[in-house]
Design a protein around this ligand. Sequence first.
Ligand code: GLN
Length: 447
Amino acid sequence: EYFARIDAENSSVNAYLSVSRERAMEQTSRIDAMAAAGTALPALAGVPIAIKDVLVVQGSPATAGSKILEGYQPPYDATVVQRLDAAGAVLLGKLNCDEFAMGSSNENSAYGPVRNPRALDRVPGGSSGGSAAAVAAGMALATLGTDTGGSIRQPASFCGVVGVLPTYGRVSRYGLIAFASSLDRIGPITSTVRDAATILEVIAGYDPLDATSSLEPVPDYAAELEKPITGLKIGVPAEYFAEGLDPEVRAAVEGAIDKLRSEGAIVCPISLPHTRYAVPAYYVLATAEASSNLARFDGVRYGYRSPDSTTLTAMYRKSRDCGFGAEVKRRILLGTYALSAGYYDAYYKKAQQVRTLLTQDFLKAFNEVDAIVTPVAPTPAFKIGEKADDPMAMYLADIYTVTASLAGICGISVPCGVSSEGLPIGAQILGKHFDEGMVFRMGNALE
Ligand code: GLN
């Protein structure tokens, strides 16, 4: 059924880059055999799930949305893929995304933009645009995305679905093609908060193959989300409701806050004073880490190699010149500059210090409140092409999401309304480190 739906819808949405029918059918037969034998079925038995194409699946192409990885077939499964597989999930295929997860509109993919299934002339958000669009169009029951500076939460908001940013260290990054390693996270995109909780429970937990993965035990999230929110405190940070916020987004998020209040939560005005430094700090740190991570794509070890070079240096140069798109090159240049001798202290080190201040803002706030509610993005989904020539405008629109990324805390984007043009609007709920249970509880109350 899902493959039929992909055949029918994908030509207009462009969410899938490849499908894995054989692997899906094998898994389905395995589950059928277990059911026939009366064996207890695992948590996600038969659940059709698709994966953002920055995660590796053995034997499936992994492009990361880039021409430089065209034809690359990874020899192993990412830990999250292994865990989904062990839980009985059926992997449908790999999903389109911005090149190396760099972008907010999915217009930076070398394989064409994804269209928003709720309005085909609009972007689905990015960089996990394919992951959000696939769920919104019914081409997968759930998907995995990655979020470095908003790339799960913002596309979920633009497509009217649920997206989770787990705490840094909650989910293993083994098998994730790295963008900015101190910020990259993997999380579910689903139609409901309950589905997201069920999937996070499967993919979360310690993994010896990722040195930053946490030993913190994984709670029963599905049980957590049932708990009432009476008496819990939600913080509303003034800085997130200031200039630049679309009035319809503001109204929808205020409606969400009212709903939580009517469910028994206590609303507290708070301040996160360093918010305005988050976008500049994020774009220094993310590009610095990217410039280092992307050095491995040298035309030798993975993917594309320029065929017509006569020296080694020319081969490196031409492979990278032809293989990388414009946004990726911009970021390698910015990041290399920020890390270079003479500029390191002024940019990279300063941005790290700002990162600490932003984290302290959140830690102080969480001494007073249980969760924080904000918009996800300043506007609903914009038109394809509308911001394509203005990278600065695109970066500035990440203002409400990059803060939690820098602080390492968890969050969720839950649909909370539609604009007068019928475009979905999401509310962001943020929780302290490893407090995903609280975030699910609030999200469930909002749904
Ligand atoms: N839009 C942000 C960027 O372009 C976030 C991307 C992401 O979270 N992967 O860097």
